[in-house]
Design a protein around this ligand. Structure first.
Ligand code: ADP
Ligand code: ZN
Length: 646
């Protein structure tokens, strides 16, 4: 899954020679490599995640690298370990002060000599940090790009022993990317100015154009590319027809009480509105968008990071700064404009590797609006590209096959089998013989002269008794009322499937008028049978409908597993939830005392392992994944005490 390659086309050349070889790792008595020893001792991790070892060893030996790893893959460790092992200080360029702060907090909690140098420091602090840097006391220094490139700072670095340059969120260097930062562009000069110092650029961008641009701009065209696959198996992809979006959202969130989540909306207005409604419904929710004052944005982000807000409702402006590992769900209240954005945004869920949900509320009305927006701006070439991206997104939302397969296929990866962890896999649609209904639909499109949109054609089929019908004379058509046996939603689903399968075309440029294609002929002539998916319904209580079962956001079946929240533990071993909750309280108390987010103390994954293994001594506690030596010393006792309670 992890590959290393050296040429420009991201061609996979095979598994890197450094990559995990089980024999070398597990042999009893095999001496630990330096990087492995540091992994255990400092981070308390039992083993490398896929790809980490190869990258770490390559950097330790002094090579440059370009690292592409999905969010949550564990990029930070790839430069943090070499920073500890190589002599000198590692300079880490990071785009946001909040990101630096989180990283530095987490490193310091592990006893690592790390500091940040940015505009948030007072003059005294800044002097002290520089003094520690000069004295060679720091293993890692996090710096904002504009600071690094200041002449005085570069001059200082010339005189010092620098062990490594790491450029985090490297896609910020590219104008093609979604987070372009003008300050990043100058970083290209680093490679030439410090020829002896290894340089690594790391990103999770799914966009190939951006990746190539980053390699070019940072002088890494000759450096090996380490690429991990894009799959995030712990994320469960769910797509639900958007009907009463707020009710659907509320039901979804209430099933996830106390779990962190992000809700993405398209407009600032919608963000404010949804956040206010959630608060009115008793959910601790904050709003985040670019129109808010900077202080307010910082406040919301910090409150989220520290679990004082359960949910942040946001526009896409809420992105870069979020490295909270325990985000358990991401909801798209409106449809994102491309698969790249969707992948990026859903990727913020479940960085810790524990199960997480990504819910997309999808409606045709949103699609039509998105099309109008795209078509209204930019040059023709841009419009063409954006329409293409939008169509791919629609294809994903409307697929009747495995979502993950559709998603990864778009990102250039093939999944060998269905994932078993998306709405379609968990709850495959039933099919029915739709031949006759489809014939009715197609002939009605024909009868109205292929000059009307879906809503009107459905009205004709269902025999709507309206003034418009009469004035158009459509109440006298032979197809008037022949579809009264089916509800509007069933017809809508059927039309949509006919469009996807190429029987009908929807002319977006002309008010979404439906026209027949050549494929429609044999079906209309009765020479073809057609089997379609039974629509999935999200029916609210009292609304009725073909399969009304009272669910608000979910599917047609009560038995369906996709309705239930992703459980925090994989279920293979019984987790004592009560104990887990008590450990979380201990963590909360320690985190509050130190003013750091809870996950800086220990991750959920670490607490769950504690609750399962119930270590009874410091030694046993050290064996838990995520407990390193310094954390053992700092936090070991209170956790042991809680574990010993009955
Ligand atoms: P990324 O920057 O790629 O999104 P992070 O560096 O934030 O990912 O890591 C994601 C999470 O995975 C963090 O909580 C980190 O502590 C954890 N992690 C990283 N490497 C390992 C490992 N080898 N074993 C266990 N957990 C790890
Ligand atoms: Zn699937």
């Amino acid at each position: 899954m992890f590959s290393q390659c050296t040429d420009a086309g991201d061609r996979v050349l095979g598994v890197s020679p450094f990559d995990e070889l089980p024999a070398a790792r597990e042999g009893v008595g095999t001496p630990l490599s330096g990087s492995e020893a540091a992994l255990h001792r400092v981070f308390g991790f039992r083993e490398f995640r896929p790809g980490q070892r190869a990258i770490v060893e390559h950097l330790v030996s002094g090579g440059d690298a370009f690292v592409l790893m999905p969010t949550g893959g564990g990029k930070s460790l790839c430069y943090q370990l070499p920073a500890l092992i190589r002599p000198g200080t590692a300079v880490v360029v990071s785009p946001l002060i909040s990101l630096m702060k989180d990283q530095v907090d987490a490193l310091q909690a592990q006893g690592v000599a790390a500091a940040a140098f940015n505009s948030s420091l007072g003059p005294g602090e800044a002097r002290e940090t520089l003094a520690r840097l000069r004295a060679g006391e720091l293993d890692l220094l996090y710096v904002a790009p504009e600071r690094v490139m200041a002449d005085s700072f570069l001059g200082l670095l010339d005189e010092l022993d620098i062990g490594l340059f790491a450029i985090d969120e490297a896609h910020c260097v590219s104008q093609w990317g979604h987070d372009f930062r003008p300050e990043y562009v100058q970083l290209g000069e680093l490679r030439a100015r410090f020829p002896g110092v290894p340089l690594v650029a790391l990103t999770a961008t799914a966009d190939e154009q951006t990746r190539e641009d980053v390699r070019l701009r940072l002088g890494l065209l000759d450096a090996p590319v380490f690429m991990a696959g894009f799959d995030r198996p712990n994320i469960r992809y769910l797509v639900v027809e958007k009907r009463r979006p707020f009710e659907q959202l509320r039901a979804f969130v209430s099933e996830r009480a106390g779990l962190s989540g992000i809700v993405y909306c398209l407009s600032r207005k919608r963000v404010e509105e949804v956040a206010a409604k959630l608060r009115a419904a008793g959910v601790e929710a904050g709003a985040y968008h670019a129109g808010l004052a900077a202080e307010e944005r910082v406040r919301v982000q910090e409150a989220f990071q520290h679990d004082r807000l359960q949910v942040v409702v946001a526009t896409v402006a809420f992105g870069l700064g979020i490295d909270k590992p325990d985000v358990r769900f991401v909801v798209h209240y409106d449809m994102p404009k491309s698969i790249e954005s969707y992948y990026q945004e859903t990727g913020r869920a479940g960085r810790d590797g524990l199960p997480a949900d990504a819910l997309l509320l999808y409606s045709l009305a949103d699609l039509v609006m998105a099309r109008v927006l795209v078509e209204g701006g930019g040059n023709p070439e841009q419009i063409r590209i954006e329409l293409h991206k939008l169509n791919a997104m629609v294809g994903f939302a409307e697929t009747l096959g495995c979502r993950r397969r559709a998603l990864l296929a778009y990102l250039g990866e093939t999944l060998e089998k269905d994932c078993g962890n998306c709405d379609v896999c968990l709850d495959p649609p039933d099919t029915y013989d739709a031949t006759e209904d489809a014939q009715k639909a197609l002939s009605c499109v024909y009868r109205v002269g292929q000059r009307f949109g879906m809503a009107h054609v459905i009205d004709v089929l269902r025999g709507a008794d309206t003034e418009r019908m009469r004035s158009l004379g459509h109440d006298r058509l032979s197809t008037y009322g022949i579809g009264a046996h089916l509800g509007k939603d069933v017809w809508t689903s059927l039309f949509r499937q006919l469009i996807h399968r190429g029987y009908l075309r929807q002319d977006i440029a002309k008010y979404s008028v439906l026209t027949l294609t050549d494929r429609a002929r044999p079906l209309l002539a009765g020479q073809e049978q057609l089997s379609l998916a039974l629509p999935r319904f999200a029916v609210t209580a009292g609304e009725g409908g073909p399969e009304g079962d009272g669910r608000t956001y979910g599917s047609r079946s009560r038995r369906s597993r996709r309705g239930s929240p992703a459980v925090l533990f994989d279920g293979s071993i019984e987790l004592d939830r009560d104990l887990f909750e008590r450990l979380r309280m201990v963590r909360r108390r320690l985190a509050d005392e130190q003013g750091v987010p809870a996950y800086v103390v220990f991750s959920d994954a670490t607490l769950q392992e504690m609750a399962v293994l119930r270590p009874a001594s410091l030694d046993a506690l050290l064996a838990v994944n995520g407990v390193g030596e310094v954390k053992l010393e700092r936090y070991g006792a209170p956790f042991l005490e809680e574990l010993s309670r009955q």
